[in-house]
Design a protein around this ligand. Structure first.
Ligand code: GLU
Length: 454
């Protein structure tokens, strides 16, 4: 078999939608799986929308997800230019071939593609006019995902508009031919265009590529596909919110593909190895933010502490929670406790702000709840002298001191934990308490207890 050549062919709109990212990812995976080439082709024929900035969003998003392309903008290649806006000479040449083959005609200033088949006219209610139709032989598409799809084009269609601009169907097919594309992997919304495309391939006497139309991504709840306004739809947003690219990529891979077992967290090398058309679902995929967050948390937990701290530090600093020169050892000690609880990088501040500053919020509701089980001030006043007398302020030391005291009071040691946690953090949950107190240190912990009980 010839070398696989796939392409991602976005029209830059200023948004990098999760659906586009998924199309890019599936093409990239297929190229990497087969050892083929992944081409990035920019379909920028709409001059108004296709700005430099819109292209940037796309390229940055692709790079963030780690989807490197073998040919295309910033990379080059033998089949360029990779911007449709720079390929006019190629379109002219291909149009001439159709003209020479007698497959075009001009009408109302536009150039039309002439289908083969018997012609007849039919009254069109919408246009309120007789229109010409064609009985063309149905086009058969052996879609690698959808299976056999048959569809007959019933009317000639425009190749070049009256203003001279070529239409999508024409340039899309010309480029796929000229760039030697072997497999077209794209969203199911293009399935209905494919019969036009196959007609064009036939007119150029070129074997069409293999088509693989991938299912839609539905919004989190309710009917309809995900639009750019839906939460979670835009890739740059994940970067801002502190998601890890590997987690987002893993999640997107599962939107319409599965490894044929129940696994969800898969290493990218493994996804590449397993990725194939047979694993792509026919049914639509539904976006699920909770699943994405859970995957992201898994990836965050796996980071080594140094990398984790490296990613978290600038976010805490930006949020005004730590100074620029924050002590790395203390930061890492705190983060080590928080890492198991982290869901995304930008939610870390909420988990550990009180470790860095005395001005944190006391959750009033939790305070009331706590008071219902007995006055926490009384409990804390009881144990303060014991903590003050501790030789080594570490988790073991705290544990045995508190246990000793609890036993004497015929209490369980846990009876003291909620009040302790509340006094030092203002909340009801968080990392393991005693290791947390040990990391926060004697001075901080004791002064918070003292301040709480006055
Ligand atoms: N520019 C088209 C799109 O963004 C490309 C379609 C295709 O992949 O053939 O939908």
């Amino acid at each position: 078999m010839n070398e696989v050549r796939v392409r991602f062919a976005p029209s830059p709109t200023g948004f990098f939608h999760i659906g586009s990212a998924r199309t890019a990812l599936f093409n990239w995976l297929y190229a990497r799986h087969t050892g083929g080439r992944f081409v990035l082709r920019i379909e920028d024929t709409d001059k108004e929308r296709n700005t430099e900035e819109a292209l940037r969003v796309l390229i940055d998003g692709m790079r963030w997800l780690g989807l490197d392309w073998d040919e295309g903008p910033e990379v080059g290649g033998d089949y360029g230019p990779y911007f449709q806006s720079e390929r006019q000479a190629i379109y002219d040449e291909y149009l001439q071939r159709l003209v020479d083959a007698g497959r075009t005609y001009e009408q109302d200033g536009a150039i039309w593609f002439k289908l083969e088949g018997e012609r007849y006219t039919e009254y069109d209610d919408y246009k309120k006019a007789e229109i010409e139709k064609v009985r063309a032989a149905p086009v058969v598409i052996d879609d690698a995902v959808r299976g056999r799809v048959e569809r007959a084009e019933a009317r000639d269609f425009v190749l070049v508009r009256a203003d001279g601009s070529p239409v999508f169907h024409f340039v899309n097919v010309v480029d796929d031919i000229a760039m030697g594309i072997t497999h077209v992997i794209r969203g199911e919304d293009h399935l209905s265009n494919t019969s036009k495309h196959v007609e064009l391939f036939k007119a150029f006497e070129v074997e069409p590529p293999v088509f693989a139309h991938i299912p839609l991504i539905l919004k989190e709840s309710g009917p309809g596909k995900m639009s750019k306004r839906d939460a979670g739809a835009l890739i740059d947003n994940y970067e801002e919110r502190g998601f890890l690219p590997a987690a987002v990529r893993n999640y997107i891979a599962l939107l319409g593909w599965n490894p044929k077992d129940d696994r969800e967290k898969l290493d990218i090398d493994e996804i590449i190895e397993l990725f194939d058309f047979s694993g792509i679902n026919k049914g639509n995929a539904r976006f699920d933010e909770r699943k994405l967050s859970a995957l992201n948390a898994d990836y965050l937990r796996e980071l080594n502490l140094e990398s984790f701290a490296f990613l978290v530090r600038p976010r805490l600093h930006e949020a005004g929670l730590i100074p620029e020169d924050m002590d790395e050892d203390y930061l890492q000690a705190v983060l080590k406790l928080c890492q198991p609880k982290a869901r995304s990088l930008d939610s870390l501040g909420e988990l550990c702000d009180y470790c860095f500053s005395d001005s944190f919020e006391m959750d009033a509701k939790q305070g009331e709840k706590l008071a219902k089980k007995g006055d926490p001030k009384v409990l804390l006043a009881e144990i303060l002298p014991i903590l003050e007398a501790l030789d080594t302020f570490d988790a073991d030391g705290l544990q045995s001191a508190l246990e000793g005291h609890a036993a004497a009071q015929e209490q369980k040691v846990f009876a003291y934990f909620p009040a302790l946690r509340y006094a030092v953090s203002g909340r009801a949950g968080g990392p393991d308490l005693l290791p947390l107190l040990a990391v926060m240190g004697r001075e901080r912990v004791l002064s918070r207890i003292r301040a709480f009980i006055v």
